[in-house]
Design a protein around this ligand. Structure first.
Ligand SMILES: Nc1ncnc2c1ncn2[C@@H]1O[C@H](COP(=O)(O)OP(=O)(O)OP(=O)(O)O)[C@@H](O)[C@H]1O
Ligand SMILES: [Mg+2]
Length: 572
């Protein structure tokens, strides 16, 4: 429950929160005393008394009240709204932390947009509840009661008459706000469609221009843009109806005061000052009448968001350490025994077995989409097999901590993902405590040093979104450097040389043999040239190993391998 959640936060600094609400009370009370001054002044003037000292004191008190309102309002804003931001920040960090812990199973089934919505819209709704929700809820109760007491003290009957139309204001806000949130959500969705479209255009502008699709794109954008306008107009219509309606009923109260209160004043049941003050109180009490609907909607929305976020926080990673798992140093023997894996219903690997000895250089080749990357992810424990077992140094993977496995692996992913930061930081991402000499060494081994000369800022060049765009081959080499700097026991290159020319490929492979002496090296590739010196090559067929052996053996024994070889000879 959201309420419990808010209270648990308030409990951390109860005195501060208490002080904040005291300030809120003072503002409300001071607001209610201001009309009193006006009332006294009018009665003073009406009495015909020529002494102005009374007026002087009244204006002095009014200044005091205004100052109190100003100072206290600042204080409660700082405390209550400020706290709401801290709560949001805390909660956001919890979500982020949770995201870092979740695994591929979760990310495969969850849409990015949903996660983003938790991080933005839901967080905002929760913060709104902890700030304006709490304040309007408080005003709805406290300011309403206090204003009512002030009015009742002036005249009970007149108060009852004047208040008669006001509950309708609460009902109007209750319903109008519900609609408003719905419309507002529509507007936001439409807005995010526009930003998505622009973002897509920016990344695909070359394609759009090359295919001469500008007119079509303009049309598509126009549709989205018009939709945005339409939804905004709906919102304006709603606001435009809600406020006049509210004021209509507030003014109805005023009309009653004018007619009934006017008569009371003529009859001397109330003074002219009290008659005027009544109007002002009616104006003041309109807000808490609205605040009821306001607060209830904000809380409903916050509660829904809180539930969604809570469900998300309950998601658990499936790939986790078992109780028996120990942190063991891994030397580099890997065995896959009868491993099966499927994505949902789609079987990818079935009864696949591989045996890789420490220090070996092993190749994996196979048609596209046969599950080569999946094998890499299984070894990395990014995925877990549905059946069969994986052994590291002869020990079942369940008895080894996931961190131990990952700490011993240098992984170059197929999609060469880099972060938008400097080249140096991208390399050191592999190992935070790496020295500059380590960086130099891996930059050489990955043949990235050749590219560095072209960058004016060298290793400090920022890459990616916020900096220089690297070529496919440059990205791959940088990713290799990032993997090498880990000084891993196992090195996995997933199609990591596909975008480098054959000469550079040769150079890198040559360096790797030097660099990775004693390191188990697994190279996934479509190019036979990567495997010439391999100790063993696995040819992946349908769901399992078609054959394995050294290059020369496979040429003779594997039809699939021979086919790869023939096509590549033709290409060359
Ligand atoms: N997250 C996923 N959800 C569902 N199916 C997936 C997912 N990732 C991969 N697949 C499917 O699993 C199969 C094996 O994928 P994998 O990436 O292991 O193939 P690959 O052999 O590395 O292919 P390539 O040579 O193109 O790199 C493919 O058919 C792919 O469509
Ligand atoms: Mg792949």
């Amino acid at each position: 429950m959201l309420a419990r959640f808010i209270i648990s936060y308030y409990r951390r600094a109860p005195l501060k929160i208490f002080f904040g609400f005291v300030m809120l009370i003072l503002v409300d009370l001071a607001q209610l005393f201001v009309p009193r001054m006006g009332q006294k002044a009018i009665d003073l003037i009406a009495s015909g008394n020529q002494d102005i000292s009374g007026l002087f004191w009244l204006s002095l008190i009014t200044i005091g009240l205004a100052l109190t309102i100003g100072v206290c309002r600042f204080a409660w804003r700082m405390i209550i709204i400020g706290t709401s931001h801290f709560i949001e920040n805390d909660f956001k960090n919890r979500l982020y932390d949770h995201l870092l812990r979740l695994d591929a199973h979760f990310f495969n089934k969850t849409k990015t947009g949903d996660i983003m919505a938790h991080m933005t819209n839901d967080m905002q709704a929760i913060r709104m509840s902890t700030a304006f929700g709490m304040i309007s809820g408080f005003d709805a109760i406290f300011l309403f009661s206090a204003a009512l007491i002030f009015m009742l003290k002036l005249n009970v009957r007149l108060t009852l008459f004047a208040m008669a139309p006001l509950p309708i204001i609460s009902i109007i806000t209750l319903f109008a706000m519900k609609l408003m949130f719905k419309y507002f959500k529509d507007v936001q969705e439409s807005f995010s469609q526009i930003t998505d479209k622009v973002q897509e255009l920016i990344s695909g502008i070359k394609i759009v221009q090359a295919f001469r699709q500008e007119d079509k794109e303009r049309e598509r954008f126009n549709v989205l843009s018009k939709d945005y306008v339409r939804k905004n107009i709906d919102l304006i219509k709603l606001w435009g109806t809600m406020f006049p309606l509210i004021f209509l009923f507030a003014d109805l109260g005023a009309a009653i005061v004018l007619y009934v209160g006017g008569q009371y004043a003529i009859l001397g049941k109330i003074t002219p000052g009290e008659f005027v003050a009544f109007f002002v109180y009616l104006g003041i009490i309109t807000w808490p009448m609205m605040a009821v609907g306001w607060a209830s909607n904000i809380f409903q929305r916050g509660n829904a968001s809180y539930k969604r976020v809570y469900e998300f926080l309950k998601e658990e990673a499936k790939i986790v350490d078992s109780k028996e798992a120990k942190y063991r140093k891994i030397e580099g023997d890997i065995e896959l025994k009868d491993v099966s894996f499927s994505y949902q219903e789609k079987v990818i690997l079935k009864g696949l077995s591989m045996k890789i000895k420490r220090g070996e250089y092993v190749g994996i080749i196979g048609k596209i989409g046969t599950g080569k990357s999946t094998i890499a992810k299984l070894i990395l424990r990014i995925l877990d097999p549905a059946d069969g077992e994986i052994l590291f140094d002869g020990i079942n993977y369940r008895n080894i901590k996931i961190d131990a496995v990952r700490d011993s692996i240098g992984y170059v992913p197929q999609d060469s993902f880099l972060f938008s930061m400097s080249i140096m930081d991208n390399i050191k991402f592999g190992r935070r405590d790496a020295t500059d000499e380590d960086v130099q060494e891996v930059v050489k081994a990955s043949a990235f040093y050749k590219d560095l000369i072209d960058f004016r800022h060298g290793l400090d060049t920022i890459v990616g979104e916020k900096g220089v765009t690297l070529s496919g081959g440059q990205k791959q080499r940088l990713c290799i450097a990032r993997a090498l700097i880990r000084k891993p026991k196992i090195l996995i290159l997933d199609d990591a040389l596909s975008a480098v020319d054959t000469n550079t490929e040769k150079e890198i492979l040559h360096n790797l043999i030097e660099f990775s002496k004693g390191i188990t090296t697994i190279v996934i590739s479509h190019r036979i040239s990567s495997f010439i010196n391999a100790d063993n090559i696995y040819v992946i067929g349908e769901e399992k190993i078609e054959s394995s052996g050294k290059h020369a053996e496979l040429i003779l024994s594997s039809p699939l391998y021979r086919e790869f070889y023939r096509i590549q000879r033709l290409e060359e």
